[in-house]
Design a protein around this ligand. Sequence first.
Ligand code: NAD
Length: 516
Amino acid sequence: MTATVAAPFPGPSLTSRFCAVLGDETRPVRAPFTGEVLYDLPLSTPDDVVLAVARAREVQSGWAQTPLRERVAVIRRFHDLVLAKRDEAMDILQWETGKARGDALEEVLDVCVVAQYYGRLAGRVLRTRRRRGALPLLVGVEEVRRPVGVVGVITPWNYPLTLAAGDTIPALIAGNGVIVKPDPQTSLIAAWVADQFLLAGLPDGLFSVVTGDGPTMGSAVIDAVDYVMFTGSSATGRIVAERCARRLIGCSLELGGKNAMIIRADADLARAAEIAVRACFANTGQLCMAMERIYVHADVHEEFLAHFIPRVLSLRIATAPGWEGDLGCLVSPEHLARVQAHVDDALSAGAIAIAGGRARPDIGPLAFEPTVLEGVDESMILCRDETFGPVVSVYPVLSDDEAIARANDTAYGLNASILSRDVRAARAMARRLHSGSVNINEGYAATWGSTASPVGGLGDSGLGRRHGEGGLLAFTESQTIATQRFLGFGPQLGLDRERWGEVLAAAVGAMKHIRF
Ligand code: NAD
């Protein structure tokens, strides 16, 4: 059964169907740009999840038997649809999240890059492999990759297209069914993804969207699926991990960060300022990989700020869909209150805002100025807690060693950045950073965009990785099929146990000298 939502915003037809929504209840979804109600979201119930997963299971076994090239062909058609209909996607993204259009385009392009990457990679990574047998020639071994079954993808609101589609693509290519539980604020874009999959030829029911709040509906998804791909806060990640553990199902947890940028004394400071602006304020700072701390060598601290601050002050806040605006609005009044509370706490304890620092209700109900703080210390909440907004603190440091020590002084470990003309020294420093990814002379795009390499967090930033071969293999289980030939493991050739034991010991000793 499907529910249809006609969104009242302009642009092409934005009617989308939610594939597995049966509940009668709705909740209003408001546009961050204006505060107006965009549409009434039909809410799923836990029973809907059970039905959606049962339906996905029925279809999944046939999908897993479908030749890989046909599965990949569906994903390629999906890629073409997303790219061709990008304006539609960007409209929905801007209305639901309040993000700038450039940030919405990044989501579209990211999904396409991921589709291309896994489309090319899948044949090599998913093929059955011959492995060395316990006894050469006597045991033939195959390692087979099987889909896990039905994957639950639970996503936050900040990159709702990238995360709903980007993690679904490898799961589907691997032969799984997928149930997506988006954040309630961004369900329409997930439903739009469902529409495109159906148009691309994905079997009906293999991919479904269920809507609703996290504790009820996220839990219902975890209780029904075979693997969970979760992206969200570290606090929720712990709850998800515990629930998965109880069911003994695997999960990948992509969580928060308090990312640090290090600007070495030899950095090109004009370029550093340009990189820092993107790294701190992309997606209005509501980006898990965004920089919230900048450690800049004291020798160049003032000069860096002389480049950085004018750039920050020139940023324009978008308050309507379209290409106007370098950064968007915050996603909700609750999130604005959190960002403001972090900034106010710091200011009241002696920090100084050298740019921004306040909400701009005169521009839009959820507009917040891009903010740069100095004088932040350990007593302030935003020194260590993730703010997840357009707010960065700048700290002078006296050496590379101090920069590394302070960058590592966090429970998180998601992303880091080093800006330096000496790339060799920067690469050596990168290895000392407690961070799942390190960008040299970039903020986040170099590692995130390099889809062939894994990204993910250390410490409180998560478990598991997306992208790379592992990002596909995570949605599979290995199965080992070994065939015994000729002789068995028990005594053979009429030998007693003792003699046979000597033969085996001699064979194992000889194997040490054989190159396989
Ligand atoms: P959140 O943890 O509150 O919500 C994320 C998703 O989990 C939503 O769909 C929500 O409904 C659901 N959820 C909430 N409680 C749940 C529960 N008890 N069981 C199951 N599901 C539940 O996160 P948020 O505040 O919406 O998102 C922002 C956070 O996401 C930030 O910390 C950010 O750093 C992180 N994030 C991380 C990555 C990454 O790749 N590491 C990417 C984007 C965002």
